[in-house]
Design a protein around this ligand. Structure first.
Ligand SMILES: [Mn+2]
Length: 267
């Protein structure tokens, strides 16, 4: 490309990236987030927007593990919510960065979402480098309350959303906790995910769906739940680098050192 063809804004962006000291050796192999719930009143969209801009320069790959939307009523999307979608779309066709999008139970039919956001949607995905085989899926597949009683679940989801709109803010956290406990069964999702991962020959599995962060090892299978971006900050993300992985939080005053694994001793 001739010099005069370079867009000044692109050049500035490139220079800023060069300046922050990230060479390709320091990039994470993959980052996983889940349960963004864009359109929800409680979605931490402005922080998510900052995170998305940040992470595309820190990782080779981003997996969004389901429930990116709260529902398919796009009238609920605000400016920051649209900005998040714009960043995802803008980074979809890059040769040096990959975005994988998983469906969640809130996202609606895969083909509709796929058309709107312009990316392929997966039901499950296996991330593999030469050290780790990580099975990634939303987790509602393991949740009998949702999969066995769709009508009842959507009735209560609508009811809880209605209550949240009229209730004072301080009640909302409590209401969300009650509604989550009803809708999503963390121990069941964990146990079933671990059992299924073991059968598949994956030594690690990550889910979202429960909105409860978890990082544990059961029967030699590492289970990580990436929680949600609908609680108060900071919000969780899973990073993978070589044979190591862990949960970190955004925003964080101290960004993580590469090559440090908090759970090393538990292995
Ligand atoms: Mn969710």
């Amino acid at each position: 490309m001739a010099d005069q063809d370079i867009d000044p804004e692109m050049q500035l962006h490139q220079d800023m990236n060069d300046d922050d000291g990230q060479d390709s050796q320091n990039l994470w192999d993959c980052v996983v987030i889940s349960d963004l719930h864009l359109g929800s009143e409680v979605c931490q969209a402005s922080e998510l927007e900052r995170f998305l801009e940040w992470v595309v320069n820190r990782s080779r790959m981003l997996v969004i593990n389901g429930d990116i939307f709260d529902d398919l009523n796009f009238k609920r999307l605000k400016r920051h919510h649209f900005n998040c979608l714009r960043i995802i779309r803008r980074n979809t066709d890059r040769s040096d960065f990959q975005i994988i999008w998983m469906r969640g139970n809130h996202d609606g039919p895969a083909e509709i979402i796929s058309h709107i956001v312009g990316v392929d949607i997966h039901d499950e995905y296996i991330f593999e480098n030469d050290k780790i085989k990580l099975w990634i899926l939303h987790g509602d597949q393991f949740d009998t309350i949702v999969t066995g009683h769709e009508g009842l679940t959507s009735f209560f989801t609508a009811l809880f959303r209605g209550i949240q709109m009229v209730a004072p803010l301080r009640w909302c956290r409590w209401i969300r906790r009650i509604s989550k406990n009803f809708q999503r069964n963390s121990p069941v999702v964990r146990q079933r995910a671990i059992a299924a991962a073991s059968k598949l020959g994956c030594e690690a599995v990550t889910c979202g769906h429960t909105h409860r962060e978890e990082d544990c090892i059961v029967n030699s299978i590492r289970y990580i739940n990436t929680g949600t971006w609908t609680e108060q900050n900071p919000s969780p993300y899973l990073w993978i680098k070589g044979d190591q992985m862990g949960l970190n939080h955004w925003p964080s005053e101290e960004q993580p050192e590469f090559g440090f694994n908090r759970l090393q001793d538990e292995k």
